[in-house]
Design a protein around this ligand. Sequence first.
Ligand code: S3P
Length: 172
Amino acid sequence: MPNIVLVGFMGTGKTSVGRRISKQLKMPLIDTDSVIEQDSGMVISDIFARHDESYFRDLETAAVCKVSGLDNHVIATGGGIVLRKSNLNTLKQNGIVFCLTASPETIWRRVRRSTHRPLIQTSQSLDEIRRMLANRAPYYARADYDIQTSGLSVYQVANRIIEIFQHADHPR
Ligand code: S3P
């Protein structure tokens, strides 16, 4: 079976939804941010603090290459994975890509207190989130399916994805 790949902006619920799908379908969950942390021996915020974003993006691409060799996994990704076109192409080779979306207000409510996201500071305004979302919209549009999450529970979002996955034409 191919992988279920979850992409989407920070705070759209990729990790929680990934956990739920993994449990329901008994498919192991892997998270590219965790792979990066394990392989580099640094937490994400330290990578951004000690290096720069492009250094992080290189580690992210290496993590994509690693996880895309897997089969039958749920792969949760970092919000910026789509910024390099090749990442999505690699993930699509053996995966169906679902983009989780939410309104800027929902995202802001979910992330405003997070301390582990270097690109979202606690002072981040709703306008800054709107601006980042607009910049990234064309990249997220390359996913196979868009899944709107605002107002839905993790359970409902997971079920929607499972339903599509089970009826989709798998790449192989
Ligand atoms: C990022 C999202 C983060 C993490 C890093 C960069 C982004 O992951 O990969 O801080 O560029 O959107 P989450 O989407 O899981 O917060």
